[in-house]
Design a protein around this ligand. Structure first.
Ligand code: FNR
Length: 359
């Protein structure tokens, strides 16, 4: 892991209530996948190309729903006001200043309209995407989509890897089930079928199907990303069902603990999609080298979850800005060392497995 990020992580750990730290840091079950997401990157290496002298590099990328100035977006994570009083407002400002996308979660502790407003106050063109789970009550899903549209979100991200909640041992041991008084999942307030002011629980939908995805797609003209895809056949189905992009993700090791490391699932999904839609990877990205590996294996960009929470807890907006800066700077440096000028110079033939020298 990048040493500056390690320092921010330690600062965050010291600043956070240990129960909240474990909520952010923990994973499902025995936390096998949590560890593997990072370990799998360390099993990979890049073969640099030489004598391709260039003075500058282009590291921006256009995706359905917005442009990123660096190939890193902020993955949706819940409850940012547990990390810092400014919560998602701080995250949104830092993302907008870095000219990247914040995927704001349905489980945010600031309402989506306020999140987008904070981003646009920094950059009038800031792109904020909205993540949601298919809710068992489709009226609720529709209401959330309309809120995201009215707020000015430029894409929707549907998380498909959560038909049921992951069982997080650390939370169970701490008895952590509810937000502290004063904090709420603000997007769930005043939804259909609830009394005024009431905040509905975030629910998973064990019956969610491709038909739900179709109805969502018909509901909105926003580009629809599908998050939580690991099987190449699901990637093909997603393309056939009209998604604008796919996020290869195991939810940061928080859902299925027999899943592979995210980066290990990436190449087969990229092959199955065959360039028809962009593929983003998240899970275990902790430095510029990880970003370069993911892009060489075919990702258009990566998402980061926990590093943003550590930046936020350590130093609010400044901390999140620092995380993005560190990653931008280190990735650009790695690209230079590999003889790359454009993201497209990172190709799969550069990737080898440590210990064998071949992929
Ligand atoms: C998440 N993640 C997540 N994903 C999602 O689609 N909806 C959500 O509400 C959440 N909530 C959430 C909370 C916390 C505390 C974490 C750590 C993660 C998963 C997230 O989007 C992403 O897939 C992972 O965090 C990526 O892995 P890293 O970067 O944390 O290793």
């Amino acid at each position: 892991m990048n040493a500056d990020l390690v320092q921010l992580h330690e600062k965050a750990r010291a600043a956070l209530d240990p129960v909240h730290y474990d909520y952010y840091a923990g994973g499902v079950g025995d936390e096998v996948v949590l560890g593997e997401n990072e370990a799998a990157f360390r099993r990979l290496a890049l073969l640099p190309r030489v004598l391709r002298g260039r003075s500058t590099r282009a590291i921006g990328v256009d995706l359905p729903g917005g442009r990123l100035d660096l190939p890193v977006l902020i993955a949706p994570t819940a409850f940012h006001r547990l990390a810092h009083p400014d919560g998602e407002l701080a995250t949104a400002r830092a993302a907008a200043a870095a000219r990247t996308v914040l995927v704001s979660g349905v489980a945010s502790t600031v309402a989506i309209a306020d999140v987008v407003r904070a981003a646009r106050a920094v950059d009038a063109d800031a792109a904020v995407w909205f993540q949601l789970y298919p809710h068992p009550d489709e009226d609720v899903t529709e209401c959330l989509v309309r809120r995201a549209e009215r707020a000015g979100c430029t894409a929707l991200v549907v998380t498909a890897d959560s038909p049921v909640f992951g069982r997080h041992r650390r939370d169970a041991e701490h008895g952590f089930h509810d937000l502290p008084p004063g904090l709420a999942a603000e997007n769930m307030r005043d939804l259909p079928g609830s009394p005024p002011g009431h905040v509905r629980d975030i629910e998973m939908s064990p019956l969610a199907s491709w038909a739900h995805l179709d109805r969502l797609r018909e509901l909105t003209s926003l580009p629809l990303w599908l998050k939580g895809v690991l099987h190449p056949r699901d990637a093909v189905l997603a393309v056939e069902h009209g998604v604008a992009g796919i996020v290869v993700s195991n939810h940061g090791g928080r859902q299925c603990d027999v899943a592979p490391a995210a980066v290990e699932a990436l190449p087969a999904v990229v092959d199955a999609v065959a360039g028809r839609v962009p593929v983003v990877l998240d899970g275990g990205v902790r430095g510029g080298g990880d970003i370069a590996l993911a892009l060489a294996l075919g990702a258009a960009a990566v998402g980061i979850g926990r590093p943003v929470l550590w930046g936020l807890a350590a130093d609010g907006e400044t901390g999140v800005a620092r995380v993005l800066d560190i990653l931008r700077d280190e990735f650009d440096h790695v690209l230079a060392l590999c003889g790359g000028r454009h993201l497209a110079d990172l190709t799969r033939d550069l990737v080898v497995t440590r210990g064998t020298g071949v992929l």
